[in-house]
Design a protein around this ligand. Structure first.
Ligand code: FAD
Length: 383
């Protein structure tokens, strides 16, 4: 059996790629392989699920903008009840230079059809009164941001793709990408079998660097980093006006964020530590770091009981640019990885970008086909 494309990893990145491919090339043989028993059990299940349009990194702006539009206008087949809850977000700043960057991001967001504006400290405190002790010069507010259900999106991507003929195999561990004469020829399974395909998409999250190393492509510095998330017990007594509609609050200079979560607050002190590809353990020694950071930004959090804590892996390059598209050293190898801390927001446009390149490669291999795959779903609509 030979496939037109094999996608490695059924997290947000991989399921997005197969969803796009299934829409634009339903006649092609597409296979997605996942090592675990179920799709989306690693980074895609460990995140804070926030959709955030205004990002600091220049290169990520088009993806975050397109991703936020995507969540606000989900295609019917993905638009399950509760999959996206629009709350808006406040990005707080205590530094003049950051405020200027946020102003530029707001202007770009508005030019691209999003609803965003700058807020004064008093406007922020009106909406979230507990900011009295927070160092604050101003904030960017984006009304189109909110909280998503990433698992529902993965399930939707996968179910829709399978309805259109994509094959999905779970509990299938890929040992290496198999090459012949310098081009991708398939994947070698850990169990010993070989599955043939001229195209492989690497969407393996934290495990992508090891698979890249095995076939000897240049090291792009892609590495997993651990981050902790905490959930408090009921917070309405201490946090004035807290409801499910309360915007996400993120201090971009002092690096702490919070949002509503089942009556309490989900928060992170944005810790970032290189960590091996695995299911990460909670660090028993994380408390002093978190307490120190939180006490400078949202000290009221320290008065709330914690009911949950977990860690997840964000995998990114040193520049935080996503690793997307064909590898120049190995024809047929495509990347859909390195989504860092933005994969929930950006998986749809990132997957669309990769699918477009895969489709171009398929078209080029089909004599007489048009040069451009002409896929409205994967091209202009998202990026
Ligand atoms: C703490 C934390 C908070 C975050 N908060 C946000 C947020 O608020 N908003 C946002 O937009 N993003 C957020 N993110 C980022 C987002 O979760 C990730 O960018 C996204 O989940 C990455 O998806 P992925 O598909 O690349 O990786 P994963 O979800 O890890 O998927 C990779 C898959 O590949 C499989 N795999 C690996 N190797 C193999 C192999 N050899 N064979 C077969 N299968 C294999 C794995 O089992 C896994 O299922 C956060 C991340 C973390 C950790």
């Amino acid at each position: 059996m030979t496939y037109d494309c094999i996608v490695l990893g059924a997290g947000l990145a991989g399921t997005s790629v197969v969803w796009h491919l299934s829409r634009c090339a339903p006649d092609k043989r597409i296979l997605i392989l996942e090592r675990e028993n179920a799709a989306g059990t690693h980074a895609s299940a460990q995140n804070a699920a926030m959709i955030r349009a205004l990002v600091c990194e220049d290169e990520l702006v088009p993806y975050a903008t397109a991703g936020t539009h995507f969540w606000n206008h989900l295609p019917e087949e993905l638009n399950w009840p509760g999959v996206f809850h629009k709350t808006g977000s406040m990005l707080l700043s205590s530094e003049e230079s950051t405020l200027q960057l946020l102003e530029r991001r707001v202007a770009a967001a508005v030019a691209n059809g999003l609803s965003a504006e700058m807020w004064s400290p008093s406007r922020c405190r009106k909406v979230f009164p507990n900011l009295t002790q927070t160092p604050l010069l101003g904030a960017a507010y984006c009304a189109d941001d909110g909280v998503a259900d990433p698992q529902a999106l993965i399930d939707g991507f996968l179910a829709s793709a399978r309805r259109r003929g994509v094959e999905y195999r779970r509990k299938t561990d890929v040992d290496t990408i198999h090459c012949e004469n310098g081009r991708v020829a398939g994947v070698q399974l850990a169990s010993g079998g070989l599955i043939q395909s001229k195209r492989v998409v690497l969407a393996s999250g934290a495990w992508s660097p090891a698979l890249m190393q095995k076939i000897g492509v240049a090291d792009r510095g892609l590495r997993p980093h651990r981050r902790h998330l905490f959930v408090t017990g009921p917070a309405a007594n201490l946090v004035k006006g807290l409801t499910k509609q309360t915007p996400i609050v993120w201090h971009v200079d002092l690096q702490v964020y919070l949002r509503w979560e089942t009556g309490g607050l989900l928060f992170s002190a944005c810790d970032e530590e290189p960590y091996p590809a695995s299911r990460p353990e909670v660090d028993d020694d994380i408390d002093p770091f978190v307490e120190e950071r939180v006490s400078r930004v949202f000290p009221f959090l320290l008065d709330l009981p914690l009911v949950n804590c977990w860690a997840g892996l964000r995998t990114f390059t040193p520049s935080h640019e996503f690793l997307l598209g064909e590898e120049s050293e190995v024809p047929g190898l495509f990347y859909a990885t390195g989504l860092g801390g933005h994969g929930v927001t950006c998986a749809a446009p990132a997957g669309g970008r990769v699918a477009r390149e895969v489709l171009s490669d398929m078209q080029a291999k089909t004599p007489g086909s048009p040069e451009d795959p002409g896929c409205s779903c994967c091209s202009g609509a998202f990026l």
